[in-house]
Design a protein around this ligand. Structure first.
Ligand SMILES: [Zn+2]
Length: 930
């Protein structure tokens, strides 16, 4: 018997396979799956590996189901990240060089050329493909493209032409995340830090101060009526600036932020915070208030000056309380302006005291603040000291005062993030900037949103609970800045100063896969929009490409599209996965809309989040070298269902390797040995196998790849182990074992393809196991009576084993006392009773049982308890089946004697003098060891 040698198998099949996975339209039903394509700017780690291996398992399963399966792959290279990397390497940035040279092990001669971003992209795209091939992914590589291929750009031009015509791309004035050092708007993918940051809109409430103005940023302008003072940081140097022609005093940071937001800002001088503290400021809606010192005031939050509302803002309340503890500013008292059910006069005071907060540095301050703000917004009403908004709900008053502030009291809007630091991949700080000539995808359009909601309802989404997350994303999405000034990508066809940004040029590429291999052969300048118009809609009269060519391409698109399932990790729900639904609806007709999505969990390494930038990764190549492709696949599939997070641990991966070795040995031994047919237990093995087929198939159909593996590997292995134990001699081979092996190899082929391919050929089969028919359970081979009998026997063996262990003496003989018929009658009555608590009454209604008196009552009690411990299916099988318990034990007496090495006697409990024989229950004989 040959040893399992995965390296050898990889080499043998790796290059043989790919041609067979090139899928062309044929008479068969199609199944089209695709995965979010990678951005190849660094080496693949095992987390990436799983992202592509799970879909590969599904692709292989459906191929064996007889479907014509398309599984393509491309590479996403648009945008600025790779430009940033090349710049950092060109500048000699040590951290970046270390990452690429030491972690990703890029050869020095290649690294030397990394100052050109295209070198980085093509090097890693090549590396990705090489590893994907080695990992056995059944990809049609003819369709591979990268998103800066000129033909792909032509396709994007066509897509944006449609979006523009449909008024889904519009010019707008919007605040966006912006990196001044890149001079570019930035998307979540461009960020090193703060990728979940949201842009918030503040009102700058402007106070008069010594002939100038002091702006205070707030999300709650209505609280102006409760302002008792301002806060300034005495340790800061503020600036005087002409903001839109007015004299303002504010922090330097705030002045810079306002400049990015459409205000003219000219700094004219400086003012020490200590000069502001102790002075007075005034606003028409709250009168004159003092400016108090506060170290907590951050120049990077708002304007660096804060209006204080101690009745309703926990921070203000605690800061004032701290000062007053020292006997200062005792004349200041909170002014209540909002009444909220569940709170007293001063909600901030209540919440702070309830939480037992000692000072401003208490980490719970943010929670307490959120709680008070939330409650007041939800249930609060403004009191009658609030001018024109007295008596109004807080929400309504807030909107009214915000508008009034801007119209009458010189307020301005200011945008900032809800998170402090947002950092670009270039290392620079990201700000909120208002852009004017920027193009936006109008995801805020309510009509478009409605269409997407409808599509989400119609799609198959796995797991089901992510559906709500998609709906939430659709509701929350705002207009999306879809163009950039710099970066790799496609120029906006009608405004070529702009480039389509990466999340916006990867929304319809699943369609491009269906035609990519044909399109690549056409010169880009011939790919005018009317060419794609003809391919996709069959309309128009393009003249640049021969009509037969276009018809053939169109047929291919029509055959494959729409896609059946798209796979991606859950962090893409909030952008890419939802965006692509918008784009499909805007461009394609109803019958070409996506049919399904499977959402993955994330990868952990020894319990911590995998992250390339932090170095906490295992590279896929290292894993493949150390364990082999099938082991990596088996581990990744077996460790979690696709939507669960998985955790890579080397010591567990070794376990997967041993499992494959056992599988290999079992199958090759089973084949090697001469046939030895016709044993009773054969029927049991084949019957069990039908259930394994059913369960594994059902799991695969539901994308439960882990469950499928449990059934197909561990389930069958356990059955085989019992089967071998039941045989009188060590003789691994038989017709039944051969039949099982043929099924077993096919059930595991999607998960460990290299190993199964080799075994399949060793069995003498022609053709690749990748295209062998998936096993189908044969009802005729299921023999429930045999399975039940075997389960009764197996449970009895377990019982004997535990008793032998317990008594700790060398047994001389084992006596099994089989329960009498009347107990069997009770078993059946109890098992079938609708209300088992009433079983005693039922039994006592039977005259002959009633005559047994206390013995019958005891038997009901014991049998009821026993039944509760058994799997319900087993119980119902025993009731409806015809298991002759005594015959089962008699037939397996040889086996039992072999197992325990002593004589085994099968006796009737009722005919015995042995006291313990009384304990016999149906299907659970009393066991007495001599
Ligand atoms: Zn930047």
């Amino acid at each position: 018997m040959a040893e399992w040698d995965i390296k050898n198998l990889e080499e043998k099949y790796r290059d043989l396979w790919p041609a067979s996975f090139e899928a062309d339209p044929d008479g068969k039903e199609k199944f089209y799956i695709n995965v979010a394509f990678p951005y190849p700017s660094g080496a693949m780690h095992v987390g990436h590996g799983r992202t592509y291996m799970v879909p590969d398992v599904i692709a292989r399963f459906w191929r064996m189901q007889g479907k014509n399966v398309l599984f393509p792959m491309g590479f996403h290279v648009t945008g600025t990240p790779v430009i940033g990397i090349s710049r950092r390497i060109a500048k000699g940035d040590e951290g970046t060089i270390r990452l690429y040279r030491d972690l990703y092990r890029v050869p020095q001669d290649v690294l030397d050329r990394f100052d050109d971003p295209m070198t980085i992209v093509s090097y890693f795209a090549g590396e990705y493909e090489r590893l994907m091939r080695r990992a056995g992914l059944s990809i049609d590589w003819r369709r591979r493209f990268i998103t800066v291929d000129p033909q792909y750009s032509k396709y994007i031009e066509w897509q944006y032409h449609h979006l523009h015509e449909g008024e889904h791309v519009v010019r707008g004035v919007h605040p966006v995340k912006y990196c001044p050092s890149c001079e570019n708007p930035v998307g979540d993918h461009d960020l090193l830090e703060g990728d979940k940051a949201e842009i918030m809109k503040f009102t700058l409430v402007v106070f008069d101060w010594q002939g100038a103005k002091i702006p205070c940023a707030t999300l709650r302008p209505e609280t102006i009526y409760g302002v008792t003072n301002l806060w300034a940081n005495p340790g800061l140097t503020y600036v005087r600036a002409k903001v839109d022609g007015e004299d303002w005093v504010l922090s330097r940071e705030a002045a810079y932020k306002l400049e990015m937001q459409d205000h003219t800002v000219e700094i004219t001088g400086e003012v020490e915070g200590s000069e502001i503290v102790g002075s007075k400021a005034s606003h028409p809606l709250c009168g004159e208030v003092p400016v108090l010192p506060a170290e907590f005031v951050d120049p990077d939050m708002g304007s660096g000056l804060v209006m204080s509302v101690p009745a309703h803002a926990p921070f203000d309340y605690v800061a004032l309380r701290d000062l007053q503890k020292d006997g200062r500013y005792e004349e200041i008292a909170p002014v209540a302006i909002i009444r909220t059910e569940g709170y007293g006069e001063f909600p901030a005071k209540d919440a702070v005291e309830k939480a037992g907060i000692q000072d401003q540095n208490d980490p719970r301050m943010d929670d307490v603040t959120r709680e008070v703000y939330g409650a007041e917004l939800l249930r609060g009403r403004l009191l009658d000291n609030c001018g024109g908004v007295s008596g109004k709900p807080v929400k309504e008053g807030r909107d009214t005062i915000a508008a009034l502030m801007i119209e009458e009291y010189g307020s301005k809007e200011m945008f900032d993030f809800d998170t402090r630091t947002v950092i670009c991949r270039c290392g620079g700080r990201v700000y909120v900037k208002i852009l004017h000539d920027q193009w936006f995808l109008q995801y805020s359009d309510p009509v478009w949103k409605e269409q997407v909601h409808g599509q989400i309802d119609r799609m198959s989404i796995v797991p089901a609970e992510t559906r709500a997350e998609f709906d939430r994303t659709v509701d929350w999405l705002k207009d999306w800045a879809c163009t950039r000034r710099v970066g790799l990508g496609t120029k906006l066809p009608w405004d070529p100063a702009w480039i389509v940004e990466p999340l916006s040029d990867s929304t319809l590429y699943m369609l491009f896969y269906t035609i990519a291999h044909h399109i690549k052969k056409i010169e880009p300048e011939k790919l005018t929009p009317d060419v794609f118009e003809y391919i996709v809609f069959g309309t128009g009269n393009p003249t640049t490409v021969p009509r037969e060519t276009l018809d053939a391409i169109r047929q291919e698109y029509l055959y494959w599209y729409p896609y059946d399932y798209r796979f991606s990790a859950k962090d893409l729900i909030s952008n890419h996965l939802t965006f692509q639904l918008f784009h499909h609806l805007a461009v394609l007709p109803e019958d070409k809309q996506p049919k399904g999505m499977v959402i993955f969990g994330m990868g952990l390494l020894n319990g911590a989040k995998m992250s390339s930038s932090k170095g906490n990764v295992v590279l896929l190549e290292d894993a493949l070298n150390e364990f082999g492709s099938d082991t990596v696949r088996m581990f990744l599939i077996g460790s979690a269902e696709p939507w669960q997070d998985f955790d890579w641990r080397n010591e567990l991966v070794i376990g997967a390797k041993k499992q494959i070795e056992r599988f290999w040995n079992e199958v090759s031994e089973g084949l090697a040995v001469e046939e030895n047919d016709g044993r009773d237990i054969d029927g049991w093995l084949i019957s069990r196998l039908q259930h394994r087929i059913e369960s594994a198939t059902a799991a695969m159909l539901n994308f439960q790849t882990r469950q499928a593996l449990q059934e197909a590997f561990f389930g069958i292995e356990a059955d085989l182990k019992w089967y071998r134990r039941r045989l009188p001699t060590i003789a691994p081979g038989s017709a039944a074992v051969r039949e099982l092996c043929s099924v077993w190899v096919r059930l595991l082929a999607p998960i460990v393809p290299y190993t199964c391919e080799e075994l399949w050929h060793m069995m003498g089969n022609e053709g690749s196991v990748s295209f062998a028919p998936w096993p189908v359970a044969d009802e005729a081979k299921i023999d429930m009576a045999v399975e039940l009998a075997e389960e009764v026997l197996a449970r009895t063996v377990e019982d004997i084993e535990s008793i032998v262990k317990l008594i700790q003496m060398e047994p001389k003989a084992i006596n099994l006392y089989v329960a009498p018929a009347w107990k069997r009658q009770i078993f059946e009555m109890v098992a079938s009773a609708e209300d088992r608590t009433a079983a005693v009454r039922l039994v006592m209604a039977e005259e002959d049982l009633k005559a047994r008196g206390k013995a019958a009552v005891n038997a009901v009690r014991q049998i009821t308890k026993f039944i509760h411990r058994l799997p319900p299916q087993f119980v119902s099988g025993l009731v409806s089946g015809d298991v002759d318990e005594k015959a089962v034990f008699a037939a397996s007496r040889d086996f039992l004697e072999r197992e325990f090495g002593v004589r085994v006697n099968i006796l009737d409990a009722e005919e015995s003098q042995e006291a313990k024989a009384d304990a016999a229950l149906p299907f659970k004989p009393a066991i007495v060891i001599e």
